[in-house]
Ligand binder design. Structure first.
Ligand SMILES: C[S@@+](CC[C@H](N)C(=O)[O-])C[C@H]1O[C@@H](n2cnc3c(N)ncnc32)[C@H](O)[C@@H]1O
Length: 267
């Protein structure tokens, strides 16, 4: 996890919140567990998803962990400000969870596996703390699914810089399409993968701002300097790519991206 990684700067915190707000209904209308569940949220970051899923499951209890104490502190503040009472936070490593075997009824992981060097190992550890018949819910993006109008070679190159940087850091920005094989290899069963496509045009101003501008393009803009300093591309291509991504958020522009949501059961 290096400096570009989501959750580490104030700008990233704002971006993660914009993303969660914009995608609330699409990603979370079915993030619902039976009352009284004990749920582990692994890699909670600044609490952008916590603030949506915890009130939606007000009679369940969440333990939300993250490796970064800094993001935990921000998440705690957010959740307390919102008056949400059913979440406890704890600093912990997803590879070495401080919980007994079979402790949780359900596990929730969102936009975390894509940053990990070893997702199968993380899934093994998450499965260890999950009760038999308990479920894991995983949500990830896939940058290969980004297409838009007007088309732009430079914008696609800029996106590929993000993919390359994430790969260099041990992650995988195209992990969404791999959720099924990952969960299968991890020994989960009853796997259900549901692609969630975000489609944005200028008749949807909330998504134009919340997703195209403030989530996706802001993420690519956030790696501009690193991409250039690492000679992944030129400043001309990067700047044109970013400009073209913003253009898709203007009159007549359109933007598509697909997230993948997987739910599977521990046998
Ligand atoms: C992109 S953020 C997503 C945060 C949140 N789930 C959301 O969707 O807004 C990824 C988070 O994973 C956390 N993370 C990375 N490696 C981790 C590890 N080994 N154990 C626990 N958390 C980790 C990071 O600190 C970061 O907060």
């Amino acid at each position: 996890m290096q400096e570009y990684t989501h959750g580490y700067t104030q700008r990233e915190a704002v971006r993660l919140n914009d993303q969660a707000n914009a995608l609330d209904a699409l990603l979370h209308h079915d993030s619902v567990w039976e009352r009284g569940s004990m749920i582990l949220e692994a890699g909670c970051g600044v609490g952008a998803q916590t603030k949506i899923i915890a009130p939606r499951n007000a009679e369940s209890h969440f333990i939300s962990i993250d490796i970064s104490q800094d993001t935990i502190t921000q998440a705690e503040k957010l959740i307390s400000t919102l008056g949400i009472k059913n979440v406890a936070f704890r600093q912990a490593d997803i590879y070495e969870l401080p919980f007994e075997n079979n402790y949780f009824d359900h596990v929730f992981v969102c936009f975390v596996l894509e940053h990990l060097a070893n997702p199968p190992e993380a899934l093994t550890e998450l499965k260890r703390v999950l009760k038999a018949n308990g479920t894991i819910m995983v949500i990830e993006g896939d940058h290969g699914s980004a297409y838009f109008h007007p088309e732009s070679v430079e914008a696609q190159k800029a996106i590929q810089c993000q993919v390359a940087i994430q790969k260099r850091n041990g992650g995988d920005a195209n992990i969404g399409r791999k959720l099924y094989p990952l969960l299968k290899a991890g020994g989960f069963h009853r796997i259900n993968i549901s692609p969630r496509m975000v489609y944005v045009d200028d008749s949807l101003p909330d998504l134009v701002n919340g997703f195209t501008r403030n989530t996706f393009t802001a993420m690519i803009e956030g790696i501009r300097d690193i991409a250039i300093s690492e000679n992944l591309t030129s400043s001309e291509i990067m700047d044109k790519g970013i400009k073209d991504l913003y253009r898709t958020a203007q009159g007549g522009g359109t933007f598509c991206y697909t997230f993948f949501k997987g739910v599977a059961q521990k046998p």
